[in-house]
Write a protein that binds this ligand. Structure first.
Ligand code: G6P
Ligand code: ZN
Length: 544
């Protein structure tokens, strides 16, 4: 095999964010840009002679081209084999499963998650380690350091383009590329975890569901699981054909971007259960009939009822949530007598806890929920959790949530996003709050008294690594809080996220719309942050 060494120059902007390197497609299309980053990944690894690399993506524009390059570079960098999903497709949780199930050395996942796709939109690439999870910060920092110094990359140009559409094996001088079915391993895993027979009976009894794949990667997975294996009617699915630009949409399952589904779920013929997943299949949104389940509540409710799901019949070892996620799951953990960990934003922080057996279930307010069955969050898994709970209890989504609030109280929660804010304005908001760190405690704003203010820092209990600067927390005496941080996943300007949370035990207050219940806290937050004045924005771009 003839290995070419190609001279190159570093790009200054290859620092991985919350979840890998995300840039506009046109940035990736610059000569050597993708190659530099892939070589920077490979240069951080000690690749053994028999190493296998899993490769797949969410099917967005540039996915197939990137995969051909990665295969040629994997061959040149000493991998023995590449396992690639058919047509280049692997949802993020399915890729995590493939890495674990076949014990591959690691994986490269091509996705910009919920960001739009197409020639003028986003592309992304991230590395997952042998546990199936996103590379921890010490590896992503090393990748970035390599990218700043790179002077050459290795590639085998003579390797013919692999036909990604046909399942099978291609070999060249001992190097193998195997195209595998993208769906079946994942569907088998789901079937082994949930009570498919009960869900089937629940569906056959006339309960209705609607799943929106948002033209993204979960389409083929949803067909196999919901229609072929659970017997749901075909019209239970919408937007399930994978498209390179996600049908021109923004594949983020929230009340703003999943509007096709929201119309159905709030319509006259609202199904009993509706759900959507994002570009790469790791996020989920759960809706009942004209009822939205906030992701923090979804996590708490799955934790509280986990024993009804066969995979968790023995109980949970512990739970974890990201810092901005509401404390609803903390109350469940306290009742169950299990540990609850608070980590920075980003699924990668759960990996060590799961590997050490400290937690079974994890979740984030950003529509991510998952468990230790893989090392990524998992959209369809969350949908199946809910279907399993509905089938096991015979309750509706709304009544399950309301009963949960009655038992545990309600952590009223909302996130306000301000997208594409000029970076200097966003930084001014953060600086303005930081300048008040010493003076805020004890100050009274309407019915809210500030207790403490800090910038969240996390010490990993397993490897003692420290991640600081993870978000500003304003904690009030009454237990309510405001968290403000800048997104690490955007590709244009800055996105300011404001997370608002108020706890109420009073059943008479629990039915309120979150925005109404949080109205005063929103005013207080703006007063402290001066966000409207410093950014010129009066309203958030997205409310979840
Ligand atoms: C990705 C990560 C999540 C994270 C989310 C929001 O989906 O996998 O773990 O919560 O991005 O990140 P951001 O930095 O944009 O708030
Ligand atoms: Zn995603």
């Amino acid at each position: 095999m003839l290995i070419q060494t190609v001279a190159t120059q570093p790009f200054p902007d290859q620092k991985p964010g919350t979840s890998g390197l995300r840039k506009k497609v046109r940035v990736f299309q610059q000569a050597h840009y993708l190659e530099n980053f892939v070589q920077s990944i490979f240069d951080t690894l000690e690749i053994p002679a028999d190493a296998i690399l899993t490769v797949g993506g969410d099917g967005r524009f540039y996915n197939k081209e990137a995969i051909q390059v990665i295969i040629k570079m994997a061959a040149a960098n000493g991998f023995a084999k590449v396992l690639v999903g058919q047509n280049g497709i692997l949802s993020t949780p399915a890729a995590s499963n493939i890495i674990r199930k076949y014990g591959t050395f690691g994986g490269i996942i091509l996705s910009a998650s919920h960001n739009p796709g197409g020639p003028d939109d986003d592309f992304g690439i991230k590395y997952n380690t042998g546990n199936g999870g996103p590379a921890p910060e010490k590896i992503t920092d090393a990748i970035f350091a390599n990218s700043r110094q790179i002077s050459q990359y290795k590639i085998v140009d003579e390797l013919p383009e692999v036909d990604l559409s046909s399942i099978g094996i291609t070999t060249l001088d001992g190097f193998e590329v195997e195209v595998i079915d993208s769906v079946s391993d994942y569907a088998d895993l789901m079937q082994s975890m949930f009570d498919f027979a009960a869900i089937k009976r629940w569906l056959a009894a006339g309960h209705t569901i609607k799943f929106d794949a948002m033209h993204a990667v979960t389409g083929p997975y949803a067909k196999e699981v919901f229609v072929n294996r659970l017997g749901a009617p075909v019209d239970s699915l919408m937007n399930c054909e994978v498209s390179e630009n996600f049908g021109g949409g923004h594949p983020d399952p929230n009340l703003t971007y999943a509007e096709d589904l929201v119309k159905v779920a709030y319509g006259a013929q609202a199904p009993d259960f509706s759900a959507a997943s994002d570009g790469d299949g790791d996020r989920n949104m759960i809706l009942g009939s004209r009822f939205f389940v906030t992701p923090s509540d979804s996590l708490a409710l799955i934790a509280a009822n986990a024993k009804l799901i066969p995979a968790y019949a023995q109980g949970l070892s512990g739970v974890a949530r990201s810092m901005p996620t509401s404390g609803a799951v903390d109350r469940v953990a306290a009742k169950l007598g299990i540990a609850c960990y608070e980590t920075p934003t980003g699924w990668k922080f759960f990996g060590n806890l799961m590997d050490a057996g400290k937690v079974t279930l994890c979740g984030e307010e950003s529509f991510g929920t998952g468990s230790d069955h893989v090392r990524e969050k998992d959209g369809l898994w969350a949908v199946l959790c809910w279907l399993n709970l509905l089938a096991a209890t015979g309750e509706s989504v709304e009544s399950l949530v309301r009963k949960h609030w009655q038992q545990y109280g309600r952590n009223v929660y909302s996130r306000h996003d301000y997208e594409t804010v000029p970076t200097a304005h966003a930084q001014a908001v953060i600086n303005h709050i930081k300048q008040q760190f010493a003076s805020l405690p004890g100050q009274v704003f309407g019915s809210y008294t500030v207790n403490t203010v800090d910038d969240f820092s996390y010490t990993d209990p397993i490897d003692a690594s420290v991640s600081s600067g993870q978000g500003l927390r304003i904690l009030f005496v009454c237990g309510s809080r405001v968290v403000i941080r800048l997104s690490g996943t955007g590709t244009e300007g800055a996105t300011i996220r404001v997370y608002l949370e108020a706890y109420t035990e009073d059943p008479a207050q629990q039915h309120l719309d979150a925005q109404d219940a949080l109205a005063e806290l929103i005013t207080v937050s703006n007063q402290i942050s001066q966000l409207p004045q410093l950014t010129g924005r009066q309203q958030p771009t997205v409310i979840t």
